[in-house]
Design a protein around this ligand. Structure first.
Ligand code: SAM
Ligand code: DTB
Ligand code: SF4
Length: 318
């Protein structure tokens, strides 16, 4: 794979691109199998980083209030609920720049052990990690670690100034080395160019091995953040990203992540056709709104997917 190939792919006429992605999807995956994941913000707000999209950065004046780390029992209650709603993966997010050893990290390890015991894929996103912290998360049963590259290397420095692209790549390396699966994707709609999206796709698909999980987020423009006035991303661009990701990373789970409230049911359906095979289930992402589970299940029913609450998880495991 070369950058020129990715450019050519990204520039393919829309219907041809979606059809090509759909062919790859049919061979490697199953349209009926859309993984549902639930997010929980276990440590909200007060983050020292300056990510321009993020409502949890302490320096921006958003409605998000800084909170202390949740306790494991409360997190496990939410995980049990998520499982009842049909989620098979539970992702815990912390608004930290990096993990610090000590009491809070021990509490997170307790959460990971509990979520794993429930039979859910435990995923966490806690900021930068050292090699030894990644090993301890692995020992506790962590299945996946989410750490996004977000955009191209060159646009990254316009969006975030408090860390750089190589910091991101280093943490991803530590996660990989510890034997945890990698969840790494990006955000579109931040004002990046087509070339930035192409570079992001190229970098993600060049990771060796490729990430097992690739979240594609549409920016949720939150009042108070520097990106509050961004226009919503065009659904055709969103689906184009999904299709390219599916073709370039044929075995990965491609996750239709943040921003679904601004996509119509038809646009989401096109994303599933183009290879998206996961959504976040639950009316909240980390701090912003997401569709109600009932609405998602109504869409699944219209699509004849046979995905249900409660029963689906047991039958998937059977
Ligand atoms: N602090 C950790 C970090 O930055 O890796 C973990 C939590 S952070 C909120 C996880 C990811 O959420 C970010 O990398 C970004 O891709 C995504 N995200 C944050 N705010 C977003 C927004 N307003 N719209 C879309 N995605 C967003
Ligand atoms: C990812 O790529 N998207 C999720 C998850 N990883 C952690 C987070 C989306 C956050 C959207 C903004 C919010 O709700 O705070
Ligand atoms: Fe902090 Fe993560 Fe938000 Fe950046 S994206 S401000 S690191 S919580």
């Amino acid at each position: 794979m070369t950058i020129d190939y990715v450019r050519e792919l990204y520039g393919t006429p829309f219907l041809k691109l979606v059809a090509q992605a759909s062919r790859v999807h049919e061979v490697r995956h199953n349209y009926d199998d859309i993984q549902r994941c639930t997010l929980l913000s276990v440590k909200t707000g007060g983050c020292p980083e300056d990510c321009a999209y993020c409502p949890q950065a302490a320096r921006y004046h958003t409605d998000v209030k800084a909170e202390k780390l949740m306790k494991a029992p409360e997190v496990l209650e939410a995980a049990r609920n998520a499982k009842r709603n049909g989620a098979t993966r539970f992702c815990m997010g912390a608004a930290w720049r990096q993990v610090k050893d000590g009491r809070d990290f021990e509490e997170v390890l307790e959460m990971v052990r509990g979520v794993t015991e429930l039979g859910l894929e435990a995923c966490a996103t806690l900021g930068m990690l050292s090699e030894s912290q990644a090993e301890r998360l692995k020992e506790a049963g962590l299945y996946a670690y989410n750490h996004n590259l977000d955009t191209s290397r060159s646009f990254y420095s316009e969006i975030i100034h408090t860390r750089d692209y190589d910091d991101r790549l280093n943490t991803i390396g530590h996660v990989r080395k510890a034997g945890i699966t990698v969840c790494c994707g990006g955000i579109i709609g931040m004002g990046e160019s087509d070339e930035d999206r192409i570079q992001l796709l190229y970098t993600l698909a060049s990771l060796d091995p490729q990430p097992e999980s690739v979240p594609v987020n549409a920016l949720v423009a939150v009042p108070g953040t520097p990106l509050e006035a961004q226009e919503p991303v065009d659904a055709f661009v969103f689906v184009r990203m999904i299709a390219c990701a599916r073709i370039l990373m044929p075995d990965a789970k491609i996750r239709l992540s943040a921003g679904r409230l601004s996509l119509s049911e038809e646009a989401q359906t096109l994303a599933f056709l183009a290879g998206a095979n996961s959504i976040f289930l639950g009316d909240k992402l980390l701090t912003t709104a997401n569709p109600e589970p009932d609405a998602d299940y109504r869409l699944f029913e219209k699509l004849g997917l046979g995905l249900r609450q409660e029963t689906s998880f047991e039958s998937e495991r059977a």
